[in-house]
Design a binder for this molecule. Sequence first.
Ligand code: GLU
Length: 290
Amino acid sequence: MNAFVTRFAPSPTGLLHLGHAYSAWTAHDAARSAGGKLILRIEDIDRTRCKAAFEQAIYEDLAWLGLTWEPPPRRQSDHFDGYTQALEKLRDKGVVYRCFKTRKEIADEIARAPHLTPDGPEGPQYVGAMLAAHEERSLLAEGAAFAWRLDTSHAVRIAEKTTAGPLTFTEEGAGPKGEHGTIMATPEIFGDPVIARKDSGTSYHLASVYDDAHQGVTHIIRGEDLFPATHLHRLLQAMLDLPAPIYRHHRLITDETGKRFAKRDHAVTIKALRESGETHSSLRRRVGLA
Ligand code: GLU
């Protein structure tokens, strides 16, 4: 058994940029120095935004960056059954509820009482409620679409009873405010997040937590923008009886003006850099890696 397993988990929704190169290299270097392995996961549950051409570009970019990973890469779209089973487990524990509301209904509700929904990592900390059984039955009979939301406070209570104390996670890198060491998990910052979307039946959070455990990931190395998600992931691990990996969040690579790269900004892509004649060693130096 490998004592150190980490992963790089890009979403094929655009071309990878310098920030991805840094993240992939950081994970790769850590695996190498620990004598462990790097695995690649294609996070493509969003079937409308993910494109086969971007997945192909990921393989080409990573090969050019000099990265190797344990084959085969795991494609999340091949594992919807597993995510459904994980959702069933959450249903069995009574920590999720159906939410039939549309985006507009939720936005209107929030606008009526904004003080009840301060902003969290994914927008307002919306907290809904399970409908009365007869209301739910009639909506289901009408074929109304619904998402599954996590009943966060209920789940936290169960988790704390099970662990006989507050939930924590181990951060060996640093969060955006320098958070390091044993961190108290505060998943309440998400309100009651959608755990299974109306369209895909899962979410980034559920699929990622499930996959990390099923792929035996011991160390999660990723950008500090995902540090807040860890609070929720820790709670999902506890609810799904999955092991808690160790986290190493890393700094984000920014452009000359201090702005972080993002796919939507048409930031400097690895493909463009490659085509402009950059070498991978000059790129490594540019992002501060030897
Ligand atoms: N798929 C996510 C992204 O491309 C990464 C998720 C993770 O590392 O947990 O931003």
